[in-house]
Design a protein around this ligand. Structure first.
Ligand SMILES: *Cc1c(COP(=O)(O)O)cnc(C)c1O
Length: 360
């Protein structure tokens, strides 16, 4: 067996320890004589898996009691519609557009009401986070929407926007569990788990209880109503049971590692190794305004497309894979999520140094 350093933006690297555990339990989970894949979602064994996963997540994020944790399907993209369908009572919402995912959410919301773009960083290819301290928040806005970490462009909100009392909704797909957060500042925090937590196919939505009502837009399907899933403990229909199980293992791993304070420390340390090199390199440079740099997704370029392609190809041969930038941006991107060990980032920087010398 040989493992590579996988810098994919998602689906992405998972902790080796977790992969080994789920492999060990593949044929016989905890004396049940079957894999979790083969198990009824109504069984006592699975109920314990989902309850434990929720309990551990609540502990990790210090989630207040007046928030529900929902394990949903449809990917992060389905939330782009579910959020307006469930929250747009006045049919008005304000969007801060800091990248492609925020833009998609903004465009989707236009189907359901008046979505206002109250700030954007598109003028400079989303390479920064706009000043959000005094935005023209709509008086009747049902919520203010952000994408907190921009996976494609590598920016992160270091400070939450001033929503002037309006409910904040945040897509945290690519920074989920990367550092501590104050859940009480949000109405909804949600993210696809395939970036920083588990296998693809599930979203975790953490929602303040007063936002979960029957008063949704007319025509909202049962399956797209938060209340359906909240009332059923995420077991209204068959959930992505195997994904919940693997995510639960990752929560245990995070707790064992020391929780989110410790992850933040590690993530800062890892990102610093790469950013420090980018700041000193003559060949490679980062594409993001330094103060807005993400700890999770690090885009960089040489400024020469052929050189970029050569780098990506040679890196892959050296076991450093999935470094190609997003198809809309080009260049390179290293995603260095929780499960990427420091040794992986060190190996990448060592390789970049060598490449720079050879191509000077
Ligand atoms: C990947 C990603 C999405 C889309 O996720 P899907 O699960 O594929 O729908 C949305 N938002 C952000 C920030 C992402 O990184």
């Amino acid at each position: 067996m040989s493992r590579v350093y996988n810098f994919s933006a998602g689906p992405a690297v998972l902790p080796e320890e977790v992969l080994k555990e789920v492999a060990d339990e593949m044929m016989d989970y905890n004396g049940t004589g079957m894999s979790v894949m083969e198990m009824s979602h109504r069984s006592a064994a699975f109920q314990e898996i989902i309850d434990t996963a929720e309990k551990d997540l609540r502990e990790l994020m210090n989630i207040p009691d007046n928030y529900k944790v929902l394990f949903l399907q449809g990917g992060a993209s389905q939330q782009f519609a579910m959020i307006p369908m469930n929250l747009m009572k006045n049919k008005v919402a304000d969007y801060i557009v800091t990248g492609q995912w925020a833009k998609k959410a903004y465009q989707e919301a236009q189907k359901y009401g008046k979505a206002n773009k109250i700030a954007s960083s598109e003028d400079k290819t989303f390479s920064y986070i706009p000043d959000c301290s005094d935005l023209p928040i709509s008086p009747d806005a049902d919520y203010v929407y952000i994408c907190e970490n921009n996976t494609i462009y590598g920016t992160k909100f270091k400070e939450l926007p001033n929503t002037k009392g309006k409910t904040l909704v945040a897509d945290v797909s690519s920074c989920f569990l990367s550092e501590p957060v104050d859940v009480s500042k949000y109405g909804i925090i949600y993210g696809g788990v395939q970036k920083n937590i588990g296998p693809a196919g599930m979203v975790i939505a953490i929602i303040r209880e007063d936002l979960i009502t029957e008063d949704v837009l007319p025509g909202t399907p049962t399956m797209l109503t938060y209340k359906t899933h909240a009332d059923a403990g995420s077991l209204y229909n068959t959930p992505n049971a195997y994904c919940i199980y693997v995510c639960g293992k990752v929560f245990k791993w995070l707790k064992k590692m020391g929780g989110l304070e410790e992850m933040k420390k590690r993530n800062e340390e890892k990102a610093k190794i790469l950013y420090d090199f980018l700041d000193s390199s003559k060949l490679f440079h980062g594409t993001v305004v330094p103060k807005d740099r993400s700890l999770m997704n690090v885009p960089f370029v040489t400024g020469d497309k052929e050189m970029d392609a050569k780098f990506v190809a040679e890196a892959a041969k050296a076991g450093l894979v999935n470094l190609k930038g997003h198809r809309t941006v080009g260049g390179m991107r290293a995603s260095i999520y929780n499960a990427m060990p420091k040794a992986g980032v060190e190996a990448l920087v060592a390789f970049m140094k060598k490449f720079e010398e050879e191509n000077a």
